[in-house]
Write a protein that binds this ligand. Structure first.
Ligand code: CP
Ligand code: NVA
Length: 310
């Protein structure tokens, strides 16, 4: 009977654990800036499994593990036995025998849950259709860097708020105690079951101007997420009025920060003027994946070792 703890969704850690994680991420960021070596994961191995494309997640997890003294193995589904029909439970059982932690990017949440069920080591969600928790943690950490705290702030998410990004932002709202306004056309808001995670913290709106009015943070995501390519033309049509441009940003608070998890499509969900402006925190946001995930890897791996030693 395994006692491991995964990180598959926002609810898998408590507010107190997140506070500790952010403190540690800040320390690790400072250590890297002053070229101080931190080797807390020496001798440990991370296996990364990608069933969707990635730039930042692949780079930041591998860099995090190696900089902490560990080793990283990239098992892409397309060139392993996974794409030749080896059952997922068999792969999961084997992977767990070689490493200390797994990061998986896949489609349905049921798939990562099934993998985790058969894998003896903790599994971290590196993006599924249902959420992108490591990105949301990084975004909240970036907001705290820029604005001091995220508690009590108003975040406006514009566009396809039913995306994995939108869903994880909803789940995190009650844990981190911020107000989240979601502006989307009909059919592009998260389902009621998702909103039920944070009913007092989330407002569903149609009008992007209403959503950004006085907001501290303005966020968007691509209109066509990975796996939705066949719907791309329809999505472009439906979401056409939801571009974050300079005029929309002017409605937000004067100190407002713009976030986008990237990759971005300039001219679709955001204009070049907004994403390349000084109010945009997207490059810090991308960098912070490294620091936040180091803190998360340390926490998950070392906590698992303590639990299994008991
Ligand atoms: N933001 C993010 O997860 O980027 P990648 O898809 O490049 O990993
Ligand atoms: N919603 C996007 C996020 C990419 C990091 C997607 O799933 O493609």
């Amino acid at each position: 009977m395994t006692t491991k703890r995964d990180y598959l969704k926002i609810a898998d850690l408590s507010a107190a654990e997140y506070a500790g994680l952010f403190r540690r991420a800040k320390e690790l960021k400072a250590a890297r800036k002053s070229r101080l070596m931190v080797r807390t994961l020496a001798g440990r191995t991370l296996v990364m499994i990608f069933e969707k494309h990635s730039t930042r997640t692949r780079l930041s997890f591998e860099a995090a593990m190696v900089q902490l003294g560990g080793l990283c193995i990239d098992l892409s589904a397309s060139n392993s036995q996974m794409s030749r029909g080896e059952p997922l439970p068999d792969t999961a059982r084997v992977v767990g025998r070689y490493c200390d932690v797994v990061m998986m990017r896949t489609f349905g949440d049921a798939r990562i849950e099934e993998f985790s069920k058969f894998c003896d080591v903790p599994v971290i969600n590196g993006l599924t259709d249902g959420g992108h928790p490591v990105q949301i943690l990084t975004d909240l950490f970036t907001i705290e860097e820029r604005l001091g705290t995220v508690k009590g702030k108003t975040l406006a998410f514009i566009g396809d708020t039913a995306s994995n990004m939108g869903r994880s932002f909803v789940e995190a709202a009650s844990v981190f105690d911020y107000q989240l306004r979601l502006a989307s056309p009909a059919g592009y808001h998260p389902a009621a079951a998702v909103v039920a995670h944070s009913p007092r913290h989330v407002t569903l709106l149609r009008d992007p101007k209403e959503a950004v009015a006085g907001a501290d943070v303005v966020i968007t995501d691509v209109w066509t997420s990975m796996g939705q390519e066949a719907e791309s033309a329809q999505r472009l049509k439906d979401l056409g009025g939801y571009q974050v441009d300079a005029a929309l940003m002017r409605g937000a608070a004067p100190h407002a920060v713009f976030l986008h998890c990237l990759p971005a499509h300039r001219g679709e969900e955001v204009t070049g003027e907004v994403i390349d402006a000084p109010t945009s925190a997207v490059w810090d946001e991308a960098e912070n994946r490294l620091h936040v995930q180091k803190a998360l890897l340390e926490y998950v791996v070392l906590e698992n070792e303590k639990r299994s030693a008991r």
